[in-house]
Design a protein around this ligand. Structure first.
Ligand code: 6PG
Length: 466
């Protein structure tokens, strides 16, 4: 039997779609899914549903699956992150040979990827933690792919990954070797952190517009914005969402206002906290999802205070400027975190190249991401880019008006506010952190620095007699 060029483990939604993408690009591929209760026919159903592809071979036995892939084996695992990944790695190890490559295409935590990389390195097996973005459609038609691991392993898998990836505006694949060990999964995690804040911003903008406009009218505004600098995939799908009918109703009005999450947003936020980097927007958007989940309590309390809904209208031009202002800050914070982690983990990450592979296939693709390729090539900091800085500076008045409208009308705008407060904090010469330092020194003798001496000296004051 001819050996396959590639193997995929896990025929869930993403695994199926990526397998079909690989097969469509002409590579021979073996697929495997375990047999457990209710999953007996997954492999055979997949093969019969797609029997026009003659280059797919299916297996329900792991040993035969591994044996069917040519060496060095390139095996992509597309299963739920966590313990299941460790378990499949353990099952694979006795069947693999030195130099084989395991690619984890799920949303695994980058610290787990670092551990797995070292563990497998001792067995001379390459491990590639690979971020994949774009959902089901992206996986099928061209995702954005963020592989970490050794350059050596990347060279082996590049011809396939680059072929199945989305293409940027120059026709180059949205796939690039990110950096060592956990770098690929780290980048995907931050992608999701940025995604959370971009989604929350659109939701807040919607809530501001919805005081006086219908869903269709808001869809029209989003479609309009999508023709200019504000355009993005998320804005585009939100306009479509707002136009979706179910019978006579707008479907959006029937969807319960409780947001779920699978954890990557909170991982990003935790990592930012650990690295000491102020990612206030992604963190606030995670908390916004958590607040939304208290639906029953919210309803109860809303009844107690019994406020009327406003029907005042927000100024749409100011809102558009405020929205873009917040998006720039979101990218500043997201890429700032990447830069911070790059130094901390010695990954030597290329911010401009990361922006490039995020211009197509992934969820946060946008016109601004396109612009970010050159911005980050020059400066690696949006505040150093004169055009952006001027935009932020000149649109400050607009976001203030938008926030005032929100405050006056009881519209919760945590993430928009977070962007404004970050900007104000970062552009304020003197912050009240001297108070914090004095308090710390007062109760805990934690010491403080002084403005009338050099920065390297620390002082303690005896604030009161004990
Ligand atoms: C993507 C998405 C994808 C996903 C996550 C986040 O890039 O394709 O980010 O990975 O939607 O599962 O989902 P939650 O909102 O459930 O955390």
């Amino acid at each position: 039997m001819n050996k396959s060029e590639f193997g995929v483990i896990g025929l869930g939604v993403m695994g199926k779609s990526i397998s079909l993408n690989i097969a469509e690009k002409g590579f021979s591929i073996s697929v495997y899914n375990r047999i457990s209760d209710g999953e007996e026919s997954i492999v055979s159903d997949f093969l019969s549903d797609n029997n026009f592809f003659k280059n797919i071979t299916g297996f329900a036995n792991l040993e035969s699956f591994v044996a069917s892939v040519e060496r060095p084996r390139k095996i992509l695992i597309m299963i739920k992150s966590g313990l299941a990944v460790d378990s499949i790695i353990e099952q694979l190890i006795p069947n693999l040979s030195e130099g084989d490559i395991i690619i984890d295409g799920g949303n695994s935590h980058f610290n787990d990827t670092q551990k797995r990389t070292n563990y497998l390195k001792n067995k001379n097996i390459h491990f590639v933690g690979c971020g994949i973005s774009g959902g089901e459609e992206g996986a099928r038609k061209g995702p954005s792919i963020m592989p970490g691991g050794t350059v050596e392993a990347y060279k082996e898998i590049a011809p396939i990954l680059e072929k199945i990836a989305a293409k940027d505006s120059q026709g180059k694949p949205c796939c690039s070797h990110i950096g060592n060990d956990g770098a690929g999964h780290f980048i995907k995690m931050v992608h999701n952190g940025i995604e959370y804040a971009e989604m929350q911003l659109i939701a807040e903008v919607y809530s501001l517009l919805h005081t006086s406009l219908s869903n269709k009218e808001i869809a029209k505004i989003f479609e309009n914005w999508n023709l200019g600098n504000e355009s993005s995939y998320l804005l585009e799908i939100t306009a479509k969402i707002l136009r979706k009918q179910e019978g006579k109703n707008d479907l959006i009005d029937i969807i319960l206002d409780k947001a779920g999450n699978k954890g990557t947003g909170s991982w990003s936020s935790k990592t930012a906290l650990e690295l000491g980097f102020p990612n206030t927007m992604m963190t606030s958007s995670v908390f916004d999802r958590y607040i939304s989940s208290f639906k029953e309590r919210r309803v109860e309390l809303a009844q107690k205070i019994n406020r009327k809904n406003t029907n005042e209208s927000v100024n749409i031009e100011q809102l558009k400027k405020g929205y873009q202002f917040a998006r720039i800050i979101n990218h500043q914070q997201g890429f700032g975190l990447i830069k911070e982690a790059s130094n901390f983990y010695n990954w030597d990450l290329n911010l401009s190249e990361i922006a490039r592979i995020w211009t197509n296939g992934c969820i946060i693709r946008s016109k601004f991401m396109e612009d970010s390729i050159s911005i980050l090539k020059e400066n690696e900091d949006y505040f150093e880019d004169q055009n952006n800085f001027n935009y932020l500076n000149s649109s400050e008045a607009s976001i203030i008006k938008v926030l005032q409208f929100g405050l006056q009308n009881r519209i919760s705008l945590n993430t928009l506010s977070a962007s404004y407060n970050y900007w104000v904090g970062m552009t304020t010469k003197k912050l009240p952190a001297n108070i914090i330092q004095a308090q710390r020194d007062f109760f805990g003798a934690h010491t403080y620095q002084r403005i009338d001496t050099d920065n390297s000296s620390f002082f303690h004051t005896k604030w009161q007699e004990l």
